[in-house]
Design a protein around this ligand. Structure first.
Ligand code: OVV
Length: 311
């Protein structure tokens, strides 16, 4: 730690390094101990980790904009390999317009239908795992489940969907800096983008899924058909990897805490609370970025516009 001449608290910690990723929590503690606002010199970004500051950064979109992107790449200065998400990487009032369309999909009836379909798939996957005798939690259950239920709910036909994992890696890789593994995925960007684009078209979807309902909102004039396609894409970008990670991290937490696993086996009605707690205990999404839109003072230290914030 050092104090820069303008009294910034500076750290050389790299949140994208392998050592950080292997053990994020001790690094978070180190960063938190430096105070409410730290300058990460490797990337030239501010980081906030304390609740009050994180809450301000994540809610005050007028000063901390989403439109610069949710990751390290600053869209005000640089283009990403894919078009920005019109639900994630956008501020009000545009965000409210697209959010309204998505929120309307989740009526109690639609959720009930999804619950039934998801439960049926889960039961049959668990039944075949039990029949198999020995399972690999991640490859036999954790990955196949969201890969089936989400695209099914959107209305995608049951084609080979493995390319979606490559796409997911590219989407979430884009939140960080260029790394060899991300560059390797990016070498397939054209092919993968074309696949995703084609499979989000109205003509590629069933007429009774979430995708069809989004296109119906476009017919009603609330959004354009091009925007409908991007909202369908959001389901495939945001839903699959996050769910795989969340269930996988939950399984790992249970494996590492056998007494919690025993309590859950004893009382399976704890499953919902256990899963929700697991998503807090070890979250699939641990960092988000915002971009400042104007010069202002924050925590007595933060001024310049379009500097990234990580929280
Ligand atoms: C929450 C999230 C993560 C990644 C991508 C998207 C959303 C999207 O809307 O494309």
């Amino acid at each position: 730690m050092q104090i820069a001449t303008d009294r910034r608290v500076v750290s050389d910690i790299d949140p994208f390094s392998e050592s950080f990723r292997a053990d994020p929590y001790s690094h978070y503690a180190q960063l938190r101990a430096l105070g409410p606002l730290v300058w990460l010199e490797k990337y030239g970004i501010w980081v906030v980790q304390h609740h009050a500051q994180v809450k301000t950064v994540l809610t005050d979109w007028k000063r901390f904009s989403n439109a610069g992107g949710g990751g390290l790449t600053n869209y005000f200065k640089e283009k990403n390999w894919r078009k920005p998400s019109i639900i994630l990487e956008v501020d009000p009032p545009e965000h409210e317009r697209t959010r309204r369309v998505l929120m309307r999909l989740f009526t109690p009836g639609a959720l009930q239908k999804m619950r039934e379909e998801f439960t049926q798939v889960a039961q049959s996957m668990v039944a075949s795992a039990i029949a198999q005798g020995q399972v690999d939690g991640v490859s036999d259950l954790v990955q196949p489940f969201p890969m089936k239920v989400f695209p099914d709910a959107v209305g995608m036909p049951p084609l080979d969907r493995d390319i979606m994992l490559v796409y997911g890696g590219m989407v979430f890789g884009a939140f960080g800096p260029r790394t060899p593994w991300y560059d390797q995925l990016l070498s397939r960007a054209d092919e993968v983008s074309a696949w995703i684009d084609a499979h989000c078209e109205r003509s590629a979807l069933t007429d009774d899924g979430l995708g069809a309902a989004i296109y119906a909102a476009a017919d009603g004039g609330e959004i354009t058909h091009e925007e409908a396609k991007l909202l369908v894409r959001s389901f495939l970008s945001a839903g699959v990897d996050t769910t795989i990670d969340s269930i996988g991290l939950c399984l790992r937490a249970l494996a590492e805490h056998p007494e919690q696993w025993a309590a859950l086996r004893e009382d399976p009605s704890l499953a919902r609370a256990a899963f929700e707690e697991a998503t807090r205990y070890d979250s699939s999404s641990q960092s988000l970025f915002r971009t400042t839109t104007e010069d202002f003072e924050f925590e007595g230290r933060c001024w310049a516009s379009t500097k990234r914030c990580w929280c």
